[in-house]
Design a protein around this ligand. Structure first.
Ligand code: FE2
Length: 285
């Protein structure tokens, strides 16, 4: 059975049916998912109760996986990045712990791993356990945002380079540099990426932004920061945003090259267990 796709967002996002992701994907199926991500940006696969081994096998079929080595957040299995409310032992993650502070920045609009070089390319997030009213995850279409800019504005932006850093996103929610390990500070130096990216599958252009984006290379810091903030505000207007209401055992996969996302606040007592894994670009961007 082929991949069924039904658009559920205004400009992007599709419900994807027909695949059992617990089974290994064939090369044809991988190509179908890649093509769907290039077209829709975010795919929602319902009814996928994957265990760790199956989720890792799934993401691995799309390229080299990202290893979650940041000591601030690492769990027992470095192939995954858990973004829920409890740790591996089921204990609540305190909001004022280092991990709690790190995770709070997920409420800022971002694309995953843009502070890496090469950055993350695709992310797959599985809802393992949810509270009765799950907090939605919001997604923004940076391709539609780019298309909506006047041509004169596009020409001004096209060749700019942006500095990205994990410290930049965290400082915006109060997690300052001294909270990071010396290893992180040594190994996660700022990187630069183009502000505008072209998707290799279809030649479509998009903005490439994130809370990790600090400023424009070669510009005065404040001027560059103001432009980054202005463009994130532009790209996350309601007309470019899809809000996903989670169901348990949904796996949502997204293309980090042209979408942003953010978590919404949840401080309730019921555990929320979300397990994320990702693959990176093959070459520096
Ligand atoms: Fe994320």
């Amino acid at each position: 059975m082929g991949l069924g796709l039904r658009r559920i967002g205004k400009t992007f996002v599709a419900q994807a049916t027909g695949y059992d992701l617990r089974q290994p994907l064939t090369p044809t199926q991988v190509a179908e998912v890649e093509a769907a991500l290039a077209e829709h940006g975010v795919l929602v696969f319902g009814g996928q109760p994957l265990d760790e081994t199956q989720q890792y096998a799934f993401i691995k079929s799309f390229g080299p996986t990202t290893v979650a080595t940041l000591k601030e957040i690492a769990g027992n299995n470095q192939n995954f990045f858990d973004v829920g409310t409890v740790d591996d032992e089921g204990k609540p993650i305190a909001g004022d712990s280092v991990k709690g502070e790190y995770l709070r920045a997920n409420r800022l609009w971002h694309t995953d791993g843009s502070f890496n070089q090469p950055p993350i390319r695709l992310t797959a997030l599985l809802a393992r356990e949810l509270p009765p009213v799950p907090p939605p995850t919001e997604y923004a279409d940076m391709r539609a945002a780019w298309d909506a800019l006047p041509a004169s504005r596009q020409a001004q932006l096209e060749h700019l380079m942006v500095e990205h850093s994990v410290l930049r996103s965290r400082e915006q929610t109060g997690m300052t540099a001294e909270k990071f390990t010396s290893d992180t500070l040594q190994t996660r130096k700022p990187v630069s990426h183009p502000l505008v990216r072209t998707h290799p599958a279809n030649g479509r252009k998009s903005l490439y932004l994130a809370s990790h984006a600090s400023h424009i290379i070669g510009w005065p810091l404040e001027k560059g920061r103001a432009l980054v903030e202005e463009l994130i505000a532009f790209a996350t207007q309601e007309r470019f945003v899809y809000s996903h209401p989670w169901q348990v055992h949904e796996l949502v996969m997204w293309d980090d090259r042209w979408t942003m996302h953010r978590a919404t606040a949840y401080d309730g007592p019921h555990p929320r267990k979300m397990r994320q894994c990702s693959v990176r670009e093959l070459e520096p961007v």
